[in-house]
Design a protein around this ligand. Structure first.
Ligand code: NAD
Length: 359
């Protein structure tokens, strides 16, 4: 039976890196007889420019009809002054929420070849391999009421609501406990239970579930400490689980440990492991159209897609091995370049991975 993949390139560097991911997937499709059928759709600023909304109905329908979505990035200064509901970012939040993609997996792996590109000392980061599990469809990014209101004294006040229900906490906790079972059995839950009631409940639910996973050692850490520990001694962590906002921030910090945000893939899954796969970075308007973007995060996202949603782990392993072999050859886009490496552009990097995958 054929597998349907929807490719959403998006804005900025999105289309440049999507082309490279397709190159690699086309090779995988043939080499492993995957029978993948590709379709394309608009999201974000490009959708707004074409049809007037950041998430067109057609895109949502195509997304629902596909087995997995491979997504580049959205956003850019051109749309920054749009009303909130017409901003590219709103299209992304909406598609995640309408597809109920609550489980965001963000691995942060330091390829040994890139130890020098990390902002931390090689001995602190070498061998780093952590997984951040971020709740993606709840918390303060979605909580109502929200807005900017004028108080009686005429002063304006911005406000948001941070809330999590027990069932929302439980379902993301299950993803994290199960991920920890498949890895080293260590799970650290990050919260701010000393200040925020929403996370007092978060901690309670995690503790209540822990006996169901006797092979997982659960610990808790406040988010401020977690931020500090991530840059002090990141290898103490294996799987981290946290809410939407803390996960957003901590996963970007973890990204820099690995050398470049251009190396980090992610998966956002629903309860049936159907998902959307995307690089952790944004649309990088500062380098868009210049051939400087690193396509590896998107290529590695395609590998995650093959593993988690399309049941093709061999093809996923082969893509990851091809990426590693290209790094062994010393090929680097500018974001991971250090003295002595061979500088390549976006398409040079994609092409090299496709060639390595053919062999
Ligand atoms: P960004 O991730 O786009 O860029 C941050 C920095 O990292 C920039 O210097 C950029 O050049 C660099 N960078 C990012 N990806 C890279 C890659 N593949 N190769 C090399 N360098 C790379 O974050 P930002 O600048 O805060 O946001 C830019 C736009 O992206 C905004 O409109 C924002 O809303 C949007 N955004 C979208 C997503 C998404 O689509 N998932 C995520 C974050 C931000």
């Amino acid at each position: 039976m054929s597998r349907k993949v929807l490719v959403i390139a998006g804005d900025g560097i999105g289309p440049e890196i999507a082309v490279e991911a397709r190159k690699v997937l086309d090779v995988a499709n043939e080499r492993f007889n995957l029978d993948i059928e590709f379709d394309e759709a608009l999201l974000g600023g490009s959708a707004y420019d074409t049809v007037g909304v950041p998430l067109p109905d057609e895109t949502l329908e195509k997304a629902k009809a596909s087995d997995a979505i491979l997504f580049g990035a959205i956003g850019g200064p051109k749309w920054d002054n749009n009303e909130r509901h017409l901003r590219p970012e709103q299209g992304l939040l909406d598609i995640r929420s309408k597809l109920e993609l609550f489980g965001n997996l963000r691995p942060a792996i330091l390829y040994p070849q890139l130890a020098d590109a990390s902002s931390l000392k090689p001995e602190v980061v070498s061998g780093l391999d952590i997984l951040i599990v971020r709740e993606l469809t709840g918390g303060i990014y979605f909580g109502e009421p929200r807005g900017i209101r004028t108080l009686e004294n005429g002063e304006r006040e911005g406000y948001n609501t941070y809330k999590y229900s027990e069932s929302e906490i439980e379902r993301i906790a299950r993803v994290a406990f199960e991920a920890a079972q498949k890895r080293s059995g260590k799970l650290c839950s990050v919260d701010k239970a000393n200040v925020l009631e929403a996370t007092v409940l978060w901690r309670e639910v995690l503790d209540r579930m822990a006996p169901e996973y006797p092979d997982v050692e659960l610990s808790h850490m406040y988010v401020d400490n977690a931020a500090m520990q991530l840059v002090r001694a990141p290898k103490q962590f294996d799987v981290l689980v946290t809410g939407n906002m803390f996960g957003d921030i901590l996963s970007d910090a973890a990204a820099m440990l690995t050398g470049s945000i251009g190396m980090l893939p992610s998966a956002s899954l629903d309860k049936n492991n159907r998902g959307m796969y995307e690089p952790c970075h944004g649309s990088a308007p500062d380098i868009a159209g210049q051939g400087k973007a690193n396509p590896l995060a998107m290529i590695l996202s395609a590998a995650m897609m093959l593993r988690y949603s399309l049941n093709a782990p061999e093809a996923a392993d082969a893509i990851e091995a091809a990426v590693s072999s290209v790094l062994d050859q010393g090929l680097r886009t500018p974001d991971i370049f250090t003295e002595g490496d061979t500088l390549v552009n976006t398409s040079g990097m994609g092409e090299a991975v496709a060639v390595a995958l053919k062999q």
